[in-house]
Design a protein around this ligand. Sequence first.
Ligand SMILES: Nc1ncnc2c1ncn2[C@@H]1O[C@H](COP(=O)(O)OP(=O)(O)O)[C@@H](O)[C@H]1O
Ligand SMILES: [Mg+2]
Length: 512
Amino acid sequence: MSTNSTQPALGGVAVDQGSVTNERVILLCPYEQRHRVVRNQFITIEDRFTPGLLFLGRIVGGPFFPQENGSGEIRAEVEIQGELVNGMPQGTNNRPAPGSVAQELPAEDVCRMLGLRGDMVLGTLSGRDDLELGLQSTSKDVLPRNIGIFGTVGAGKSNSVQVLVEEASLRGWAVIMLDLEAEYTAMDQPTTQEHLVPRLQRFGLQPRGVADFHVYHPLSCPSDRPDSKAFTLRLADFDSSVTAELLQTTLGERNALLDCIDYYQQKYYTSVRTSDLDRENELLDCSPQAKLPFTVQSLRTRAQERSPRNSESLDYIGLTNKLLLLVHSGAFDQPNVRGLDIKEMLQPGRVNVIDVSAANDLVKNLVTADLLRKAFAYKCVNPDVPPALLVIEEAHSFMSRERVQTMQATLQMLRNVARRGRKRWLSLAFVSQQPGHLPAEIFELCNTRIVHTLRSMHNLDSLMATTGDVTRELWAKCPLLGTGEAIVSTPQYHRSVVAMIRPAASSRRFVR
Ligand SMILES: Nc1ncnc2c1ncn2[C@@H]1O[C@H](COP(=O)(O)OP(=O)(O)O)[C@@H](O)[C@H]1O
Ligand SMILES: [Mg+2]
């Protein structure tokens, strides 16, 4: 460890007085050292009486001036963050004795000790513009263990998403973003937020669009981008239980749906007879000539034909009406239109935006399910394609705590992709302004969390309950975080920290 031995000591630990706590000590510093006694400075404290006992601390309060300015000692409040063992921080059950001497810790040591270094630079430690932090794009413990980005409206989530996407794509990740509001469809353009350019330059960056950038939309739900490519959803591509859940079928409608699907699948698979691998490849064949067991139109015809047999337990009439919603959306089983082309999308460094801003909730949810299923299937069949990041905006609208009971099949698919995707370098990033509405299990799937300011206790509580490595003290800061600030908790860091995320270099639509 490089200690700055040419410098005089920063100060010494004071005798405990009044109300003391386990994690805090007071430092007394000569007035001449005032310029070094600044908040967020990391320090080491060598215990006065126990040789080799070294504490890691951070100045969190002060400098305070108990005497007339310009004379005497100044005071600073230090949070004890742990003990240093072989240069690395560990938890401690101890505190430094009075008279122990403090020295500041050079920036590179702080980064090394906290594990903050990463090729994907996210920003700086809050209050420490000299301390960059990042995530490692090549570690299986970071992106592949999934990301959660949370925060209230205007807190900086979308900016953080863009930073993550810019950094990941530059490191060879393929990215697919599910864009609910068409805010990411101009990411091939440089940012228009002039006032953020100096901050961008701090990271050696200039306003710059993403190089390999493509927009898609479900047919009949057009994008503002004239060059956006349309794709069709194909009902046969969905797991039938997932279709039933997303259509919010009653039990009778669900039975009727499974019965109609079964009818076509029996016919199809006895004539074609396919293996599991063939079926995966079928799912991934997005050409308009792809052979499919049924379409929304044929399914609806079958349901109509069966309607004379309608009963409470087999509700073909209800099903016909639900399928009509899909037919009317115009997004399903359109002839001569390609399906979602995962193969084309998953190229190294390529960023794909699926613009679903013009689609209704049902179509949005079905696009999400289509994307998850096909990306996972493609990764299973082609293990050598580049690592891939899927960004799911407004995750709570796809899978909410309220609906989770009736969406077990969809949750199971999500769980499967999130868990088993890790081995295949498939990462999910969930973004939500309402984490309180997400099922707890989704948090548990997000091992890296970027938590912007959240003011409602409902939203905070659910995160606190599942993010064990963030201290109460850190959580207490969450409602007070400024725009772009976030608590970052990840298996890569030895401690959770507050970061100031950098501005995106690419453009976002509808920014003020
Ligand atoms: N890291 C940041 N640094 C500077 N400004 C930011 C940062 N993040 C967000 N902002 C500002 O705040 C505005 C809202 O951010 P945004 O990411 O759209 O919030 P959210 O998606 O959480 O609603 C942005 O347009 C930008 O001006
Ligand atoms: Mg946003």
